[in-house]
Design a protein around this ligand. Structure first.
Ligand code: HMG
Length: 394
């Protein structure tokens, strides 16, 4: 089995049914709305009610692909997240239970900030390389939460992306030419006693670009390939302007002809459309960008090659490539995803703040989620005696 015949067979996303208009947030915070829409590059932000967490969102995203999961072939269920609901038990086990998956599978959770989903994808790819008949389910889910009125508030969001990984995938074959760069830095972190992240904002953006430069230059040196050979560059999107800075950095450090440059810019623009409406999904952001590109672009063709740059604060950067498979459009969930985004209800800043403050506490108290904001296929009903209670609603 060659690596190039292993990859993403199906890819599905979910984000809750509420959003905030980013211009209204700007006005409420006394900021020029253009700073948020142009300077940061966001239009809307997903608002995550207390009934939704990485388990419910991950399970809802994966539910759609249940018919493609073969109980005899599934061997691995991985949740990549930095918003885990327990410091010990893997969130993948709750998802495994909600989806009624077979018991003969490994379930685990991987954490490394926004890199967790990519770590899961690479682990799944290696697993399928060793066991070509097997499938792996990788879920990247997060709630990006910085705090009301904080510097990072404009870059909040949340949701999940589920990917089924197998041999002879229908969407994207993954190459085995990844380049990684890791180093312990303090750009963004979240102590275990809080659900709100801390960030050295400017420093984090500089480090993101430094890590991108390391892995791209390493990739170019090792493979001798040039940026113009690729159909699109996809970036981790904490906010869409960050990805735009990544593409700009690429053009600064490598030769790209005008024609290739405008094609890469055009396709980058397609890749950020879903993120402009959802915000940061932390470990799912890169893959939300992939979904956005594949579902909104009608110029890509089979065998076109994509570059994907994953960045998780702390920090790990990984750059890898993939090749589109003949007929990949038929394996997408374009209509379902358009409906999820279009059917959300807009909330005011006051309602967003109420929802933000009504989530399961980081303390032993019981909690009951507000039924008014139940959405998706699964909900967290509440926390009772320090145990989380989930149920299916749709
Ligand atoms: P800030 O201080 O609010 O923004 O921080 P700023 O003052 O730097 O302005 C942002 C941009 O808006 C600037 O453009 C301004 O010029 C422009 P730039 O210089 O960047 O090109 N601007 C305007 N544009 C148009 N009209 C105006 C206007 N005013 C200003 N009127 C920051 C922004 C993103 C740093 C902050 O929101 C933050 O700390 N966010 C959280 C951290 C983050 O997202 N870091 C990204 C890199 S780290 C990463 O990607 C990992 C992460 O996903 C976590 C993980 O791995 O788990 C975060």
């Amino acid at each position: 089995m060659t690596y190039s015949a292993i990859g993403i067979d199906r890819i599905s996303m979910y984000t809750p049914a509420y959003f905030l208009d980013i211009r209204q947030l700007a006005v409420a915070r006394g900021v020029d709305p253009d700073k948020f829409t142009i300077g940061i590059g966001q239009d809307q932000q997903a608002v995550i009610p207390g009934s939704q967490d990485v388990v419910t969102m991950g399970a809802t995203a994966a539910l759609r692909m249940l018919d493609d999961i073969d109980p005899d072939r599934l061997g691995l269920v991985i949740l990549g997240t930095e918003s885990g609901v327990d410091a010990s038990k893997a969130g993948a086990l709750y998802i495994h239970d909600l989806l009624g998956l077979p018991h003969s599978v490994r379930c685990m959770e991987i954490k490394e900030a926004c890199f967790g989903g990519t770590a899961g994808l690479m682990t799944a790819r290696d697993y399928v390389a060793a066991h070509p008949d097997k499938q792996a389910l990788v879920i990247a889910a997060d709630v990006a939460r910085y705090g009301l009125g904080s510097g990072g508030e404009v870059t909040q969001g949340g949701g999940a992306v589920a990917m089924l990984v197998s041999s002879n995938p229908r969407i994207l074959e993954l190459d085995d030419d990844t380049c990684v760069y890791s180093g312990s830095i303090q750009d963004f972190w979240r102590p275990v006693y809080t659900d709100e992240a801390l960030a050295r904002g400017k420093y984090s953006t500089e480090q993101y670009l430094e890590f991108f430069e390391h892995v791209w230059l390493d990739y170019a040196a090792r493979t001798g390939r040039s940026a113009s050979e690729f159909a699109a560059f996809l970036y981790h999107l904490p906010y869409t302007k960050m990805g735009a800075k990544g593409l700009k950095r690429l053009f600064e450090i490598t030769e790209v002809c005008d024609e290739a440059r405008s094609l890469l810019e055009e396709r980058f623009n397609k890749s950020i459309q879903y993120s402009r409406r959802v915000g940061n999904v932390y470990t799912g952001s890169l893959y939300l960008g992939l979904i956005s590109l594949l579902e909104l672009d009608d110029t890509l063709q089979a065998d076109d090659e994509l570059v994907l740059f994953s960045y998780g604060s702390g920090a790990v950067g990984e750059l890898f490539t993939g090749r589109l498979v003949e007929g990949y459009r038929a394996a997408l969930y374009s209509e379902e995803h358009a409906a999820i985004l279009d059917n959300r209800r807009q909330v005011s800043v006051e309602e967003y703040e109420r929802i933000f403050n009504n989530v399961a506490p980081y303390s032993p108290q019981d909690y009951v989620a507000d039924e008014k904001y139940f959405c998706g296929s699964f909900v967290l009903e509440g926390v009772e005696g320090q145990e989380r209670k989930y149920k299916r609603i749709g």
